[in-house]
Design a protein around this ligand. Structure first.
Ligand SMILES: Cc1ncc(COP(=O)(O)O)c(C=O)c1O
Length: 424
């Protein structure tokens, strides 16, 4: 069956035809994947696509890295669920903590959503406070506490961004402007002694890519510390991608709690919460903040994670070099096309904002770019054999499997696709 027929059936089976909304943004229908290898996806329709999405971040080594595949095969031979601990979780924990929170502790869960949900509950349990502060345009998964949009003013109590989230729940989340310390200070001036934690994407990856301005993360560190609130870095995307130590190492700012996911499982479902022992010991069964999961520390995710991190310790710089080449190619293609654009990049994550030449430093500026033109670019890139994220608000990623052959392919595709996208 081809993608069109599969999608026709899927629409009868799944709300909106898919199991995660962003997948439905690929038009006229999502392509169905038959196979994947290195930096390429192969669709059931016979297309070969250069993958710049990489599972929305996890596949920093590309598809089917031989070491990860070998580790998974080996793990499969020992069974894949025990309801009891395995040596693999001890090994992966030591590896992650050495880079992210030396001397600290970690809890493995199954998704980034569970990681941020647990981190927020932990921060509340630890501080005994109830409010949290997040940023407009930052995404932390699909649980109630973070499905919250800005209210009438920045730094004010939030309103639900999804039907089904009660107003009362949303009102426990304050929403400030990304890269705007004043809006954070204002929120703390009003609610300082009630705020348990500030949760932030240290590099925003869900409004395109938006890096922190110099002093922003440092300012969050200062403000939270002076009010007795915790600082949570949501490193589900940045962890082991922008550096082995994530954003904490990259920007030299230490968070109290770090949430991880995506890359640490090498493409298997995973999430994690890491912090110093004095905080982590509040989690059950050591402490009174509840967390549990049938699949927590799943042996296959642990095995893939260990193999991935070992490979990344050697290979990570290539992913960044590849994105540097991709961005140079985009820059050249866009300037040749004579359009206004802004490109933001941090290591192996980047996005081009079309129709704007000003800086893109927050969600409002990201939303103001030309989303229709971006969609056309996505469409024509696909025709040229390149899969870029279907939304201007997502990121482009490169992996260690993207060689100069792939970046050349990207350059040719971008030049042609931008030309077509701009045709009336
Ligand atoms: C920064 C960030 N945090 C959390 C999540 C949620 O992770 P998951 O989709 O694994 O639940 C995402 C997902 O894209 C993310 O980008």
């Amino acid at each position: 069956m081809g993608s069109r027929e599969l999608y026709r059936e899927a629409k009868e089976l799944f709300p909106g035809g898919v199991n995660s909304p962003v997948r439905a943004l690929v038009e006229p229908e999502p392509f169905y994947v038959a196979d994947a290898q290195g930096p390429y996806l192969y669709t059931v329709d016979g297309e070969k696509l250069l993958d710049m999405v990489l599972g929305y971040g996890p596949l920093i080594l590309g598809h089917r890295h031989p070491k990860v595949e070998e580790a998974l095969r080996e793990a499969l031979r020992r069974g894949w669920l025990y309801g009891a601990p395995s040596p693999l979780e001890v090994e992966l924990a030591k590896k992650i903590l050495a880079h992210v929170k030396p001397g600290g502790m970690i809890r493995f869960v199954n998704t980034g959503t569970e990681a941020t949900m647990t981190a927020i509950r932990l921060a509340r349990g630890y501080t005994g406070r109830k409010l949290i502060l997040k940023f407009d345009g930052n995404y932390h998964g699909s649980h109630d506490q973070v499905l919250v949009a800005a209210g009438s003013a920045a730094g004010e109590l939030g309103i639900p961004s999804s039907s089904g989230v009660p107003r009362e729940v949303a009102s426990l989340t304050l929403v400030a402007r990304y890269n705007d310390l004043h809006s954070v200070e204002e929120a703390f001036r009003r609610h300082g002694d009630e705020i348990a934690a500030v949760i932030v994407e240290p590099v925003a990856a869900n409004m395109g890519v938006v890096p922190p301005l110099p002093g922003f993360l440092e300012g969050l560190r200062r403000v939270t510390r002076s009010h007795g609130a915790l600082l949570i870095f949501d490193e589900v995307v940045t962890g082991f991608r922008i550096s082995l130590g994530g954003a904490q190492k990259y920007y030299g700012v230490e968070a109290d709690i770090v949430t991880l996911g995506k890359a640490i499982g090498g493409g298997m479902p995973i999430g994690a919460v890491a912090a110093e022992r004095r905080i982590m010991e509040h989690l059950s069964p050591a402490g009174k903040v509840f967390n549990a999961g049938t699949f927590n520390a799943h042996p296959l995710a642990m095995a893939a994670g260990i193999a991935s991190l070992e490979a990344l310790e050697k290979e990570l710089p290539r992913a960044s070099e590849a994105m540097k080449e991709v961005v140079e190619a985009l820059d050249e293609a866009a300037s040749r096309a004579g359009i206004e654009y802004t490109i933001n990049r941090v290591e192996s994550m980047a996005q081009i904002f079309l129709g704007t030449s000003g800086p893109v430093e927050n969600a409002e500026q990201a939303r103001a770019s030309n989303h229709r033109l971006y969609k056309r670019l996505h469409h024509y890139m696909r025709i040229q054999g390149v899969f870029i994220a279907p939304s201007q608000m997502e990121a482009l990623f490169t992996s260690t499997a993207h060689t100069s052959r792939e970046t050349e392919l990207f350059q040719e595709a971008a030049t042609r696709a931008l030309k077509r996208a701009l045709e009336p």
